[in-house]
Design a protein around this ligand. Structure first.
Ligand code: EPZ
Length: 418
């Protein structure tokens, strides 16, 4: 098993480039089931993407990757499509459940392994199934699989989500794409990744509009033959490097960003005293000495994202006084806390709130990654801690961060994979 070795306290300076969005790419890859020929560019070459490609190939799509160009070409003209997503491919990558909607929409049936839980929570899919039933699908759960069919095709409907869910919104969109008539999705998620999926579906022939937290879908009759799409940048990777810069940056420059994706993050970092400036598509972070305490709750977009909660907690260890971070999205997303405490962080958890007292000097230690975002918070802690930090189980990192060591080394970090 590979490990990461980090010698901390090295000031970072330089430019960091942000890769394409893992989560937008996963939803759009699922959507290529609806297309015949698609080219995706700016796709991050990370493990979850390769797992999704494996699943689409199993279903019967022809896929080629041009690694040097972060480009994926998908060809879906195969007549023998398997409308099945097997357990071994869904258990490690929950987003595999996103093939349910397009398979139902195009082939009127699907058998998808229930994704099961993961380190951060039970990860139910009841909202996904709720939406598909509204569109007329018959759904049974059998031997750990979702068995869905819509013999006479899906019919447009009014879907009122009781709770905001990114994945359920995506599955509802992908199913409603070719559902007869009109569909309205209320109380939907509006993350930038959802908007990028809508952009892709509209290129495909969809007539989809997002207005506040409502999505209006008109059935797509004609499907465009060949389309290409550039995936948006990864706002969580961007937020991660902004926090790294706030922790140990001297001067970090990140170009070609879309500041509207990270409004809440920039607001919070400025409130914490981070010297951050945005000019057009460039963000610059300068050495920030006095980090101020703050209280934050994770929220659906455009609130502060749960995927940056672990990373912000590391910055809070540098703040004077007590900071609080409340995790409102997932039920078990504090797995990084015991590891950060082993590095000297002073953190107490009361229900869903972590109370971080600072400033504390973190010390290097041997630690273990547990999930994607917890593992990157340990990298951030290693960068700011004294001595050496060794991070185990870094396959979690490889699921969602492209060229992490290279990007940090380019800014003079002392980090190596062994
Ligand atoms: C997506 O997960 C992202 N994953 C997650 O990123 C992200 O943390 C999450 O959205 C929230 O922003 C991908 O896009 C592949 P949800 P998803 O449905 O869709 C509950 C990362 O690190 N819920 O918005 O699974 C659920 O348990 C990953 O890149 C139901 O109750 O998240 C959670 O408490 C981690 N029933 C809440 O809703 C359902 O049917 C939000 O989950 C579905 C979800």
């Amino acid at each position: 098993m590979q490990k990461l070795f980090i010698n901390g306290k090295k000031e970072l300076s330089g430019k960091i480039s942000i890769s394409g969005s893992k989560n937008a790419s996963l939803a759009i890859l699922a959507a290529t089931i609806l297309s015949s020929t698609s080219k995706l560019v700016n796709v991050p070459l990370v493990e979850d993407i390769f797992t999704m490609i494996k699943l689409l190939k199993f279903i019967g799509l022809k896929i080629s990757i041009k690694k040097d160009k972060n480009e994926i070409n998908i060809n879906n003209t195969n007549k023998k499509i398997k409308t099945l997503a097997p357990y071994n491919l869904v258990k490690t990558m929950r987003a595999g459940v996103l093939v349910l909607g397009p398979l139902l929409s195009k082939y009127k049936k699907a058998k998808i392994s229930l994704p099961g839980g993961c380190a951060i929570g039970t990860r139910p899919v009841d909202l996904h199934l709720f939406a598909l039933k509204k569109l007329g699908a018959k759904i049974k759960i059998k031997n750990g699989y979702i068995v869905a069919d819509a013999k006479n095709g899906l019919k447009g409907a009014n879907i009122n989500f009781p709770k905001i869910s990114v994945g359920a919104t995506e599955n509802a969109l992908l199913a409603a794409f070719s559902a007869e008539g009109k569909t309205t999705i209320n109380n939907c998620a509006i993350e930038p990744e959802i908007k990028d999926l809508v952009k892709f579906l509209n290129k495909l022939g969809g007539k989809i509009k997002i207005v506040k937290r409502k999505i209006f879908v008109n059935c797509a009759k004609s499907i465009n033959r060949r389309i290409s799409h550039k995936v948006i940048l990864d706002r969580i990777e961007l937020g991660t490097y902004l926090i790294a810069a706030a922790l140990v940056g001297k001067k970090i420059i990140i170009n070609k960003i879309n500041p509207s994706f990270i409004k809440s993050e920039i607001q919070i970092l400025k409130k914490m005293g981070v010297r951050i400036s945005v000019k057009g598509e460039t963000v610059i972070i300068l050495k920030s000495d006095k980090i101020k305490k703050i209280n934050v709750s994770t929220q659906p977009y455009p609130g502060f994202p749960t995927d940056l909660q672990a990373q912000l907690m590391v910055l809070m260890t540098r703040a004077k006084g007590q900071s609080k971070i409340t995790e409102k999205i997932f039920e078990n997303r504090f797995m990084h806390v015991p590891e950060l405490k082993r590095m000297g962080a002073n953190i107490e958890i009361i229900n869903k709130t972590a109370i971080i007292s600072g400033p504390t000097n973190l010390t290097g230690a041997e630690v273990m990654a547990t999930d994607l975002r917890a593992s990157v918070s340990l990298v951030l802690a290693g960068l700011v801690a004294d001595n050496r930090t060794v991070i185990n189980r870094i396959y979690h990192l490889d699921r969602g961060y492209e060229l992490l060591e290279k990007k940090l080394k380019n800014c003079k970090a002392r980090i190596k994979r062994v």
